[in-house]
Design a protein around this ligand. Sequence first.
Ligand code: HEC
Length: 145
Amino acid sequence: MNGKRMLVAALAAGSVAMVSVATLAAAAGKPEASRVVARGKYLVEQVAMCTDCHSPRDGKGEFVRERWLQGAPLGFKNTAPMPAWAEVAPPLAGLPGWTEAQVVTLLTTGKDQKGEPPEPPMPPYRMSKEDATAVAAYLASLGKK
Ligand code: HEC
């Protein structure tokens, strides 16, 4: 399917509210949107290292590439007592259960929709809106064929 047809199909399916302009434009091959997704990939994989917690590893500690950013049990524990500590990092690929706007709020304010910080060890990031938007666009683009 070419980019234009994908765009039309997505619009026809009425899924436009769920798919960001950046993602649609990336599918249509618009350079600006691909640049945003590429920047998001760089931030996720090489700066914020979301992958370290949100991607599962095999018995040798290597990432399971087919399950990239699909959520994972944490491979480490807290050594000091903490009131809250999450043991699992949820899936991020395709942003299941999240809109891009919600992820941008989380990554720019360090708080979720209810105004609560995520449980440690999820860092309460304070990214710029531009960086958070790029991260959300990259995550949303994963798992879409
Ligand atoms: C040090 C490990 C770690 C890193 C690095 C990390 N996360 Fe998480 N993340 C977690 C854990 C653990 C949770 C579950 C927290 C909870 O249940 O409140 C979580 C939860 C989340 C959630 C759901 C939050 C909620 O309130 O339900 C989102 C979205 C998320 N992470 C996105 C990201 C993104 C995007 C990055 C990189 C920019 C990232 N995480 C980096 C460990 C991590």
